[in-house]
Design a protein around this ligand. Structure first.
Ligand SMILES: [Zn+2]
Ligand SMILES: [Zn+2]
Length: 81
């Protein structure tokens, strides 16, 4: 585990709906990335990807926001009950 003194790392990640700016694939953080605080996201293959689904990850790395985010299917707002 590396020690990086970046202020955004001390803040809980914000759930966001993000799409790869290069290929348009929705970015979903799963597994270890759900708990790993990160700001830079990698467009990668996800379990939903299948040979019939051409939208597989393109390997693009990008920073959608200046703070830590977590790519989710949809943002659940507590007030939307
Ligand atoms: Zn990510
Ligand atoms: Zn992509």
């Amino acid at each position: 585990m590396s020690i990086e003194l970046e202020p955004w790392r001390g803040v809980a990640p914000v759930d966001v709906v993000i799409y790869c700016p290069k290929c348009g694939k929705q970015h979903l953080d799963q597994g270890e990335f759900l708990t790993r605080v990160h700001r830079k996201h990698l467009c990668e293959h996800t379990p939903e990807d299948s040979p019939e689904n051409p939208k597989t990850g393109c390997g693009h790395l990008w920073v959608p926001f200046e703070y830590a985010t977590r790519g989710v299917l949809e943002v659940i707002r507590p007030e939307d009950s």
